[in-house]
Design a protein around this ligand. Structure first.
Ligand code: UTP
Length: 297
């Protein structure tokens, strides 16, 4: 049986240039879908999957992210005094246990693979998850939990995959697909950002991974890949060449690319419509905008 996965790496050291000027001072991961920062969705998903150690790979200008996970004593005290128990519960659910969270700096934005490699000493010799908070997945059973359950059967490395329109392959890592085994496919290879005419399939890798430490050894070589960056995809592809099984897991759920403005807006609408306190007003507003072309007053 595969070894239990208890550690997750959250690479959040990217520059977030698609959200400038906001990301000049606000880390992308702190931007909110309705009233919760992107990173909170990722943490909740990780917890549901049994993760107990949370490793953030950060960079200059991300201190708001570290502050977010601290207890805010003054705010807690004030809510307590005013008897605002519901808000206090919401706030307490965001607190992290002392020692459960670690931060490590990526000193240069050399790519996702490099960011993951920066956490190698905290991982040691055990399997680990990688979660990109930009990818928010709405699912009945959280995506990472689905993957861990599948991984317990398969072992090896596992990446979350979904079909994308063929013209979009150049935005993703793409699988060369081998055997189909239920909800997963065995990968024969992986390519980062292939042009549509060169893509081996339209099965794209999105931001959830369960990886063996061998991927970290592959990253040790610090080889530059697509875009002059050190790519995680290349290190996983090397494992395939070394005979380690790699599976693409076709998760159940809807993925929003919150690293892009369009995806972020779609997620905002979807998550707001899922909320009892917001649904009706928003539906009315959207209806007015669509039908009459005018915003409700
Ligand atoms: P993106 O490709 O979305 O890059 O990174 P980005 O810098 O966050 O955003 P844009 O493209 O400039 O708008 C995917 C994930 O990999 C992390 C990012 O923080 C994000 O979670 N990453 C990327 C790093 O941690 N380090 C890097 O050097 C590059």
């Amino acid at each position: 049986m595969a070894r239990k996965v208890t550690k997750a790496i959250f690479p959040v050291a990217g520059l977030g240039t698609r959200f400038l000027p906001a990301t000049k001072s606000v880390p992308k991961e702190i931007m909110t879908l309705v009233d919760r920062p992107l990173v909170q969705y990722a943490i909740d998903e990780a917890r549901a999957a049994g993760i107990t150690e949370f490793i953030f790979v950060t960079s200059r200008g991300k201190s708001a992210l570290e502050d977010y996970f601290d207890h805010n004593q003054i705010l807690e005290q004030s809510l307590k005094e005013k008897g605002k128990d519901e808000l206090l519960k919401t706030l307490n659910a965001t607190n992290m246990e002392s020692g459960a969270i670690a931060y490590i700096r990526q000193h240069k934005a050399l790519g996702l693979g490099h960011a993951v490699w920066c956490a190698r000493r905290l991982i040691g010799d055990e399997p680990f998850a990688v979660m990109l908070p930009d990818d928010v997945i709405a699912a009945e059973k959280p995506c990472l939990q689905q993957m861990i359950e599948a991984y317990e059967e398969t072992g090896g490395n596992m990446v979350a995959t979904m079909e994308v329109p063929p013209e979009k392959t150049s935005s993703y890592g793409v699988l060369d697909v081998g055997d189909n085994i239920g909800t997963a496919v065995r990968a024969r290879g992986m390519v980062e950002k292939p042009k549509p005419e060169e893509a081996p399939s339209n099965l794209a890798v999105i931001g959830r991974y369960i990886l063996r430490p061998s991927v970290l050894y592959n990253l040790n070589q610090n080889k530059l890949g697509s875009g002059g960056e050190i790519q995680l995809t290349d290190a996983i592809a090397e494992d395939i060449r070394n005979g380690v099984p790699v599976f693409g897991y076709k998760f159940d759920g809807q993925r929003f690319d919150c690293g892009s403005k369009a995806g972020f807006l779609q997620a905002t609408v979807a998550f707001a419509l899922a909320r009892d306190d917001l649904r009706e007003d928003l539906q009315e507003y959207l209806h007015d905008v669509i039908v009459t072309g005018q915003a409700a007053q």
